[in-house]
Write a protein that binds this ligand. Structure first.
Ligand code: RRO
Length: 307
């Protein structure tokens, strides 16, 4: 099975990528995964300045998924450019760099700083982090705010860098947001970020997370993510989709491909199984072959076709 695909128009040999935030900048995964064989490392969202994030505890398990309130902890763009991206580039690892900010100009400046950086294949524009000060900062919840960010990033970014907009499931109509950002110049869509959630400890009778609410990931959100990919592919079949949300196995990944994703990110699953990325690639290849597909591309959106 030909597993080749692309991010925008940049070819990659595998459709399986890391998910932003779940493998930091790739270093922890290196002992378990051939990072040059996966589609790309999607880096933890970076901002203009270093940040320490929200108060601890910042992670909670639920029976079906994980809740996090990291709050954009990270080294800032200077640290990313000085330490993390060179580490990846020296090893020949492709990176899709996730950027985040609180103002449109922040995003544009980050895109500008990443122009021409070796190893960077494109940008994932995180307009959907649920762990921000106010809901007004979640640009992806408003089609106009979302498209303002994407237009500014597309104008500032390296023309060779595809720009993917990372969308939130916490909206009533994800198709209208998807349409707005693609009209504004997004080359692709990453779906979905975590779903806003809450866990209360029955013993202390208080929220478990220091930040109170958090983003829910893992198997709990897989059907939500799949529904988003389905709806957006039905409305915008030409727009490349990087699908994510609770993918643990090749058959999970297959569902996203059949719904319309041309690549997938594996996030929460790597916490329990650091080798999940390679395994999902192999299982997806076997699943496609068993169903008679000669290539991944032939299967993209297949579930929309009449039987
Ligand atoms: O850092 C976080 O708390 C975080 C981010 Br930026 C995001 O996009 N999604 C998420 O679940 N957590």
């Amino acid at each position: 099975v030909d597993m080749g695909t692309a991010i925008g128009s940049v070819p990659i040999p595998s459709p399986v990528l890391t998910a932003s935030g779940c493998s930091a900048f790739g270093r922890e995964l290196e002992p378990f995964v051939d990072l040059t064989a996966i589609g790309a490392v999607v880096t933890k969202s970076v901002q203009l300045r270093p940040r320490s994030g929200r108060p601890t505890p910042r992670m909670a398990e639920t029976p079906s998924g994980m809740l996090n309130s990291i709050g954009l902890q990270g080294p800032g763009i200077d640290g990313l450019l000085a330490e993390e991206l060179p580490w990846l580039a020296e090893r020949g690892v492709r990176s899709l760099v996730s950027i985040a900010g609180t103002r449109v100009e922040d995003f544009a400046e980050l895109a500008e700083r990443l122009r021409g950086v070796p190893g960077v294949l494109g940008l994932e524009v995180n307009i959907s982090c649920p762990n921000v000060e106010s809901r007004g900062e979640v640009f992806a919840c408003d089609p106009v705010a979302a498209s303002d960010v994407i237009a500014a990033v597309r104008a500032a970014a390296d023309p060779a860098h595809p720009v993917y907009a990372k969308l939130s499931p916490d909206v009533t109509d994800i198709v209208s947001v998807a349409r707005a950002v693609t009209d504004a110049g997004a080359d692709g869509l990453s779906m979905i970020n975590t779903l806003l959630g809450l866990v209360i400890d029955p013993d202390t009778m208080r929220p478990v997370l220091g930040g109170i609410t958090g983003g829910l990931s893992g198997p709990a959100i897989r059907p939500v993510a799949l529904r988003c990919v389905w709806q957006v592919h039905a409305a915008l079949p030409q727009v490349p989709i990087l699908g994510m949300g609770g993918i643990r196995t090749g058959l999970d990944a297959l569902q996203f491909v059949l719904a319309g994703a041309s690549a997938v990110s594996v996030g929460t699953a790597v916490f329990n199984d650091p080798s999940a990325l390679g395994r999902v690639h192999e299982e997806l290849a076997a699943a496609l072959s068993a169903r008679g597909f000669a290539s991944l591309q032939d299967a993209v959106g297949h579930a929309h076709r009449p039987v």
